[in-house]
Write a protein that binds this ligand. Structure first.
Ligand SMILES: Cc1ncc(COP(=O)(O)O)c(C=O)c1O
Length: 379
């Protein structure tokens, strides 16, 4: 059986290092915070560059919540988020009483579309959460221009992209950036975990305080905060995996290149006329390929082929966020009938992507050549 993310093979490869690190923590008697967490934060910050503070926490979702609290989000404030991504960015805004405004995406890169962001800015807009979707950097140059012009902050959601880069490293574009260490992420631990990054000293101090019960000193609570700490065992695991991250990212990119080549050929030889086009990666972007995602003209027909070939797949994501029941605002039926052409012309990029996007196994321990052979046999 091919697994979607082969964490077992990864553990096997690093077993000696991991078991040593895990044993040291278990024997140390220090399980929350302490030297492992401090060392990891130092290593994460060195990986990104000297000016970046790294503060770990309990998950990527917590990291987004803490980032929004650091930015003093108030009930009724609007935050622009992409309509096509995992729910966390919009969910955290809503949980704090803010109003997520859903920006459309580019149909080729699947990243947030700056043109759509501009249209959503109102007097109540406070900031933008830009997601580095599937491991590619969002269009930060354009987003920063918009943010500067309208005095907005940017939170960079790099849950899927720690280790990516364009002109600079992912996690260094936003006023605050976050990542997730969920096990299947390119840098994942053995449970939940996350981190925040910022070059701003004052933000860094506030983030630390919020993540630790709003506490500046023992039993002294400046603000109402959270209990959001990375435990020492996860930090020790992450320190081992961080050492191997760059070599794994090289393999992920090689795997993606094999798929790219195959799909370029497939679109020439296919007989049913159903195109399959990989997500466009902008020139100069070193993607983490948290997902290798293609856009299949007829996704159902492609799924049947994957099933026949016993190749696992995931649908990231089956619906635009604003279509989710928790965000959906009932829209009065206006009784207007649309032709198929009108409907297609009105369809957003997010709606379109949720009907066509499908992700294939791509991690550093996936045998992509084997998958391609299996696929060829079922075309
Ligand atoms: C884009 C994005 N943001 C945030 C998160 C939340 O991270 P976590 O699962 O660590 O809370 C995820 C997790 O999949 C994600 O993909």
């Amino acid at each position: 059986m091919i697994s979607f993310v082969n964490l077992t093979a990864q553990r096997e490869k690093y077993r000696f290092e991991l078991e040593k690190a895990e044993r040291e923590v278990l024997d140390s008697g220090c399980y929350i915070g302490g030297p492992q967490v401090q060392a990891l934060e130092k290593e994460l910050s060195e990986y990104l560059g000297e000016n970046t503070h790294a503060i770990t926490c309990a998950s990527g979702t917590d990291a987004l919540t803490i980032a929004l609290m650091t930015m003093d989000l108030h009930p009724g404030d609007e935050v622009i988020v992409p309509d096509f991504t995992f729910i966390a960015p919009a969910e955290c805004v809503a949980l704090l009483g803010g109003i997520p405004q859903f920006a459309d995406i580019d149909r080729e890169t699947l990243q947030i579309d700056p043109k759509s962001v501009k249209k959503l800015i109102s007097k109540r807009t406070k900031g933008i959460i830009a997601v580095n979707l599937f491991g590619q950097c969002a269009p930060f140059k354009e987003l920063r221009e918009i943010a500067t012009k309208h005095k907005l902050w940017i939170i960079e959601d790099s849950a899927q992209a720690f280790g990516a880069r364009t002109s600079q490293m992912a996690c260094t574009f936003g006023d605050i950036a976050i990542t997730s260490f969920y096990p299947s992420k390119p840098l994942g631990c053995y449970g939940d975990g996350g981190a925040l990054f910022t070059a701003n000293e004052a933000f860094a101090q506030k983030i630390r305080m919020i993540a630790n019960h709003g506490s500046a000193g023992r039993y002294q609570h400046e603000i109402a905060g959270m209990n959001s700490r990375l435990d020492a065992l996860q930090a020790a695991v992450l320190r081992v995996k961080l050492k191997h991250l760059d070599e794994e990212l090289v393999v992920r990119r090689q795997n993606a290149a094999k798929y790219d080549e195959f799909f370029a050929e497939y679109n020439c030889i296919v007989t049913d006329g159903q195109k399959i086009v990989p997500q466009k990666i902008e020139t100069g972007c070193k993607c983490t390929y948290a997902q290798y995602t293609v856009l299949a003209e007829n996704r159902e027909s492609f799924i049947q082929k994957l099933k026949a070939a016993e190749i696992p797949y995931c649908i990231h994501y089956p619906a635009p966020l604003q279509e989710q029941p928790c965000f959906k605002v009932p829209i009065a039926v206006c009784g207007m009938m649309m032709t198929e052409e009108e409907w297609a012309a009105n369809q957003t990029g997010a709606e379109w992507a949720s009907e066509h996007a499908i992700s294939l196994p791509v991690c550093a321990f996936t045998d992509v050549a084997e998958i391609i052979e299996k696929l060829k046999a079922h075309l």
